[in-house]
Structure formats: C-alpha cells, structure tokens
Ligand binder design. Structure first.
Ligand code: SF4
Length: 345
C-alpha cells in the first residue's frame, strides 16, 4: 500500500462538507491462536469541531479498538485492518507513513486513557512528564517547558500547581492523576480528543468534576471529542450524538435527545433501563440478561438475539442491516418500529 506523507494533511481551517474526523466502514481483526477475532465490523461515525460523540458499549464491543485504530496504536500484527478509512480533515490516516502518523498522534489527535496510574510514568515527576510534550514537540527549553506545565496544571485545576510540579504520580489522588493526564493530552492543542472511559476508576463526585472539566476545555478550544464509555448515565449532559456498539458493530446511532426520549434498539433500551434512578429507589435495578457475545463464536443472525426480549424467529438467521430511521438516526434491528413505539415485550 502506498503511504502518504504528512504534507498531504490539510492544516486547520475550513472543512467544507468533510467532517473533522470520519471513521468509514472500519474493520479490525486479530489473528489469535484460537482463531480470527473480528473485533470491529464495518463501523462508521463522524465528528465535527466542538462536537462530542459518545461511543457506548460493554467491554468487548469494539469501541476501544476503534479508538486505537484512529490513534494508530494497534499492534499490527496481530491486529489487521482489512477494510475501511479513518479520515482526518479528509486525509485517510491509515494511508499515512508511520512518521506522519506520529506527527498527528498527540499533536492533532490526542487520547486520555482509562487508567492514569499506568499511563503515567511512575519514575518521573508530573512536571517533567507534562513539560516533555513541549520539549519534544515544540523544542522548548526545560525551564520554559516547566512553566507551561504549571500553567496547564492550573488550567486543569490542580491545587498549588507550582508547589506540586516536582511530585510523582503516586503522590496524587485518582482524580488528580486523571487531571494530569488531561493536562498532557491538551498540551499541544489537539483538534480531536479521544477520552477512553476517563472516569471509570473514579467515584461519582470526582466523575462529575472530570466530565465538567472536559466539557469546559472543549468549549474553550472547540476541539471535537470522542467519549468512550460503558455508562449511558455519564453522557447525557456532555454528548451531542451517541453511537451504541455491540459485538463490533454500531447497532444504533442518534442524537442524545432521541436516544433518551425513545431508543430504537432493544440493547440501547436495556442500557437506559439499567441507569439507577432516584425515583425508583428501593426497586431492583434492571440488568440486561446474559453476557456479551464471544467474538470467536458470534451468534447467528442478530448478535443480540440470545439476550433480546423482542426476538422473533428471523432474528436468529438474518443479520439486521443498519436501517435509516431519519437523516440522523439509524438502528440495526428488524423490529426498530416496535421498540420505538414502546410496544411491551
Ligand atoms: Fe432483538 Fe431481533 Fe432486533 Fe436483534 S433484530 S435486536 S434480536 S428484535
């Protein structure tokens, strides 16, 4: 495959009709000893400046693998991308040389990982790690890099940033470490920020603070954000669109408003019903029955059929296409009308 150089990647500016980032019919598979794992099967979604797309699904749904493909951090092999495009400002990142991708990664598309303690280097101070971004990518001196690190730590509201610049990651709480990760990810003013379960390891109050911080930073910079999560409860206030993934496919995509008002896929409906509600205090919490599919032995027909309360005979044999419900809404369910109408199971 011919590799393109970074020179072909457009600078910031007008996008015309092209989204800032477009994942188009992406397929990712892994060669394992047990067989071929098709982790991502034809996933498409797009992101515009200032927009947040939440990619939602259980563990193994393919949401993080898609993000790793966007970032270009999949180990290839065993991973392989047999089909699809990841277009950033109209340029397919999958066709860039590794050198060009390194330039994009961190500088124009950045990522926050779930576990800040493992993502940060335990043997270097946080100031050194943040300032390294400026030294390596902007050619700054150590002194100027440290000054920028203090500014960024202030920006993500780490108290007494100047005094804490020489502390090590383990000297911070989980929430503060996640703030340091956020500081590193926004250091070079990326146009796209991918946040992979950024609040999973944190308690509910700190989760809300981190989500608020991300939304605020996004408003200031107009960057696009992909928020990967298994928790529909955290996306309501921050996301514009939601793409729900199951078994490596998108099973529903729509605006946050549409999904919360009336989901059009039984899996999305189950996820919504699983969110704890204050008004139902004392009642047993709903849980979707069964387990996510085994990617080495996917169910026939609709992958959700073993767990689906709406299942009919044809669901076991026929893979549902992604039906267009409106210009901005799709559902991969044969019976999306019944689900939308709220027909009883
Ligand atoms: Fe359920 Fe059938 Fe729809 Fe799949 S296609 S989600 S099994 S009703």
């Amino acid at each position: 495959m011919r590799k393109t150089s970074l020179d072909t990647l457009p600078a910031e500016g007008g996008l015309g009709n092209e989204p800032l980032l477009a994942v188009d019919n992406l397929h990712v598979e892994f060669a394992t000893r047990a067989g071929l794992v098709r982790a991502v099967n034809g996933v498409s979604y797009s992101l515009n400046p200032g927009e947040t797309v939440a990619v939602l699904g259980e563990s193994g749904s393919g949401k993080s693998v898609t993000a790793q493909a966007i970032m270009g951090i999949l180990d290839m092999p065993p991973a392989r991308i047999p089909q699809g495009e990841v277009r950033f400002r109209g340029t397919d990142l999958l066709k860039l040389s590794e050198e060009a991708r390194t330039q994009v990664r961190g500088q124009r598309i950045a990522m926050i990982f779930q576990d800040a303690l493992s993502a940060l280097n335990p043997v270097f101070t946080v100031g050194w790690q943040i300032s390294e971004m400026f030294r390596v990518h902007r050619g700054m001196s150590k002194r100027d890099g440290m000054k920028k690190a203090v500014e960024l730590m202030d920006k993500v509201r780490i108290p007494a940033a100047k005094q804490r610049i020489n502390d090590y990651p383990h000297q911070f709480s989980g929430g503060m470490r996640q703030r340091i990760m956020i500081a590193m990810s926004i250091a070079l003013d990326p146009e796209v920020l991918i946040a992979d379960e950024p609040t999973t390891a944190l308690d509910v109050t700190v989760q809300a603070q981190i989500m608020e911080l991300l939304a605020e930073l996004q408003r200031e910079s107009n960057m696009g954000m992909i928020l990967i999560t298994h928790d529909l409860g955290v996306v309501a206030d921050v996301a514009d669109k939601i793409a729900v993934m199951y078994g490596g496919r998108i099973v529903e995509n729509a605006s946050v408003h549409d999904i919360y008002k009336s989901p059009a896929h039984p899996y999305t409906k189950g996820l919504l019903e699983s969110i704890p509600r204050v008004d139902l205090k004392g009642q047993e919490l709903y849980a979707i029955k069964g387990l996510p599919p085994n990617l080495l032995d996917m169910p026939t027909g609709c992958a959700f059929h073993p767990r689906c309360p709406y299942r009919q005979d044809n669901c076991v044999t026929d893979v549902p296409p992604l039906h267009e419900i409106s210009g901005t809404r799709n559902s991969a369910c044969h019976y999306w009308r019944e689900v939308l109408d709220g027909d009883q199971r």
